[in-house]
Design a protein around this ligand. Structure first.
Ligand code: HPA
Ligand code: ZN
Length: 343
């Protein structure tokens, strides 16, 4: 018997992992104002609407200026726990089953917030995530590449008492002029401590930064990496080694890395055999969470169900999960597709 066509509200999101998500980039205007009030912080915007009107970016730096300014409201362990809870609730609605979450300790320690407050606040929420939201989680500590190499080393040493909470280190903030090689030493130290390594590269910066992230930092994944498409040899290497790329389509459009979503190189990247994943980056700022990014590329690029399934499977393949859990999540994607065919 033919069933009625699914209505848009019946959209069941694909099970997926989110691997490129800055927790500070999930700070929605409503929570920003609530935390400002709780902490007696005055924001330079009178209303949520006035704040939202500032979300018009010309490049990465114009976004980073607002992203760092709004962090002034994050002061206590409770603030970081509330921020993570708000993200996890949204992520659950979007089909996220596993999240590997970035945080920027230097953006907080520079304001006098101890790194322990940040890590323990986030960890308190993440400790309940499996039970409350059905989402497994990992934490990735990022270094701000527009700060010095010495500051990154100092941050890593300050984080040592908390390394049991941290799976990987990453590299973010203003890319151009701050190549991966600047952070050779801190990444070597992190690898020695048994951490995984990732780095933003090839977002605004050139393909050469992707080579450096691989060869100098020894990263396990590249965050963004879309500019790899300018270098055929690099594409061949990334495909041969199946280095995961955590692509963020709505972010790319909002930060003007790509003019129009319809021109996004995602289909060419998949055709080239790259292990591409789709992620939200800073969803409160860029207009969509994980599944919103899946839906946006589906609509703008005409991706079929098979390609969307590949992207969902890639997200688990590219994760830092243990093999048994990865297999369980991949089976959920199979089951989701089997269910969708019967509808
Ligand atoms: N790029 C670099 N740094 C960032 C980003 C990004 O997209 N989001 C938050 N910090
Ligand atoms: Zn990012």
């Amino acid at each position: 018997m033919a069933s009625a066509p699914a209505s848009p509200s019946a959209h069941r999101p694909l099970p997926k992992a989110e691997l490129h998500l800055h927790i500070e980039g999930t700070l929605e205007p409503g929570l920003a104002f609530a935390l400002a009030e709780r902490n007696g912080v005055t924001l330079p915007y009178a209303t949520e609407d006035a704040l939202r009107r500032a979300y018009s970016f010309t490049d990465l730096q114009s976004f980073l200026d607002l992203y760092y300014a709004l962090m002034a409201v994050l002061r206590t362990e409770d603030d970081f726990a509330d921020l993570a809870h708000a993200y996890l609730a949204r992520a659950k609605e979007q089909g996220v089953r596993h999240a590997e979450i970035f945080f920027d300790p230097q953006a907080h320690t520079a304001r006098g917030v101890p790194i322990g407050t940040v890590v323990e606040g986030l960890a308190r929420a993440l400790d309940t995530a499996e039970q409350t939201y059905g989402i497994s989680t990992r934490l990735i500590m990022c270094f701000l590449r527009d700060q010095s190499a010495a500051s990154a080393l100092e941050t890593f040493e300050a984080a040592r008492p908390h390394l049991d909470r941290i799976t990987a280190v990453g590299l973010d903030s203003a890319e151009v002029g701050n190549p991966p090689s600047k952070f050779r030493e801190v990444f070597a130290r992190a690898r020695e401590a048994g951490l995984k390594c990732v780095a933003h590269a090839g977002e605004e910066g050139p393909a050469a930064y992707v080579w450096e992230a691989l060869d100098v930092l020894g990263v396990d994944r590249i965050d963004h990496g879309v500019r790899c498409m300018e270098d055929e040899r690099l594409v061949a290497r990334l495909a041969a080694e199946q280095v995961p790329l955590t692509v963020c389509p709505l972010s790319n459009v909002r930060l003007r890395v790509i003019d129009d979503l319809a021109d996004h190189p995602l289909p060419e990247m998949l055709d080239a055999g790259l292990l591409v994943t789709v992620n939200s980056d800073d969803p409160a700022y860029f207009g969509g969470y994980a599944d919103d990014n899946f839906t946006a590329v589906r609509d703008a690029l005409g991706l079929g169900a098979e390609t969307l399934g590949t992207l969902a499977r890639n997200s688990f393949r590219a994760s830092f999960l243990d093999e048994a859990t990865r297999a369980r999540y991949l089976a959920e994607v199979d089951a989701h597709e089997a269910g969708a065919q019967q509808e």
